[in-house]
Design a protein around this ligand. Structure first.
Ligand code: ADP
Ligand code: MG
Length: 362
């Protein structure tokens, strides 16, 4: 199974450059998710890997083979499209074996391959059904199965769930998560949905404006975002950002903004001193604030609750902090009343600092 590597990949349409040098190294069997807002260059990157778009500059490697100039059919790649494109008049077995039959492979080999892949995807009992007699999740597995029967080393998905309703989308996301544990292939998956990225990826690659912002495991990116864009893009509800100024006071470093003044934990304070930071943006995730009426003001925010959104076990509070909006995620049994000002303790490990100009994380 080749490892896939992109080296300084650039795409220009006429005079307009839309990808500005993408460097990416995907390990064998890795499930890589390219995620970012619409227009950031995800599909273009995927289509260049597939050979459906020309490369303006840079290189694409699969193992020790440079594939940038090869036809799509010579790249050992299968692409799964958004609409599945199954043949409605063929049963599951015939849909899955379509390309093998085109290649006129021996019937015994075709049957064996279809049985193997159907077993892997939990479709063994459905081989005689037509697509119209399957659920959405099963149809999606058939589309996957058809690609897997081709035995390519690498599978590319471009927003495969994006035209489904929310419930089916969640269900298929789980099916994909289960499937990816049994299918050992290189997978590159494009989505604008950060939840899909977080739940499916071994490696998340966050893109913005034709650049890679950061790549790493979901938990690395969640815990240590490299900049404000990544911090705000991953996680729901999104991270809160507050403008602050830093100043020394009695051997501690204070982060003060409108309506609050926090003492920074030592490790973070040392890093901020080292960077000679004065003005910054403070980032706190809604889940890193805890209802704590007895906390000291040095380690807490006093927030006026404007809206409480009940979502079952958790509630999301939308609060005001000196004119800025701050979101808090708490257990629903916490007693809160609208309009009240309550104290929320800030978890020390949940504090992030971003340079006010460059937006880079400290
Ligand atoms: P994403 O998949 O992340 O939404 P795309 O890769 O489709 O984004 O597009 C990246 C950028 O390239 C966008 O600004 C888009 O307008 C531009 N683009 C895509 N295809 C073309 C094209 N054929 N001609 C000109 N510009 C294009
Ligand atoms: Mg796209």
């Amino acid at each position: 199974m080749p490892r896939i590597r992109l080296e300084g990949l650039v795409k220009r349409y006429g005079a307009v450059e839309v990808l500005h040098g993408i460097d990416l190294d995907m390990a064998e069997h890795e499930f890589t998710v390219l995620v970012g807002p619409s227009g950031c260059g995800k599909s273009t990157t995927l289509r260049m890997i597939a050979g459906l778009e020309s490369v303006s500059d840079g290189r694409i490697w699969m193992g020790d083979r440079e594939v940038g100039a090869l036809d799509p059919k010579d790249r050992d790649i299968a692409m799964v499209f958004q609409d599945y494109a199954l043949y409605p008049h063929m049963n599951v077995a015939r849909n899955m074996s379509f390309s093998l039959r085109l290649q006129k492979r021996p019937q015994a080999e075709i049957d064996k391959r279809v049985r193997e892949v159907a077993g892997m995807l939990g479709l063994a009992d459905y081989l005689d059904r037509k697509p119209g007699e399957l659920s959405g999740g099963q149809r999606q597995r058939v589309a996957m199965g058809r690609a897997l029967c081709r035995d390519a080393s690498t599978f590319l998905f471009d927003e495969p769930l994006s035209n489904l309703d929310a419930k089916l989308r969640g269900q298929m996301r789980s099916e994909l998560a289960v499937m990816r544990q049994t299918v050992k292939k290189n997978m590159i998956y494009v989505t604008h949905d950060q939840i899909e990225a977080m739940t499916l990826a071994d490696r998340i690659v966050v893109m913005h404006g034709g650049h890679i912002q950061q790549q790493g495991s979901p938990s690395e990116l969640f815990r240590r975002p490299a900049n404000k864009f990544v911090a705000g893009f991953l996680g729901a509800p999104p991270m809160n950002f507050l403008d602050i100024e830093l100043r020394e006071e009695g051997g501690t470093l204070r982060a003060s903004g409108r309506g609050f003044s926090l003492v920074l934990p030592d490790a973070l304070a040392d890093r901020a001193r080292h960077a000679a930071m004065r003005k910054a943006t403070l980032g706190i995730r809604p889940s890193d604030l805890d209802f704590a009426p007895d906390a000291t003001a040095d380690r807490a925010l006093d927030l006026r609750v404007v809206v409480s959104e009940y979502v079952g076990a958790q509630s999301v509070l939308i609060c005001d902090c000196g004119g800025a909006r701050v979101t808090v995620e708490i257990k629903s049994e916490t007693p809160v009343a609208l309009g009240e000002t309550l104290r929320f303790g800030v978890r020390p490990e949940g504090l992030h600092l971003f340079d006010a100009e460059t937006e880079r994380a400290l």
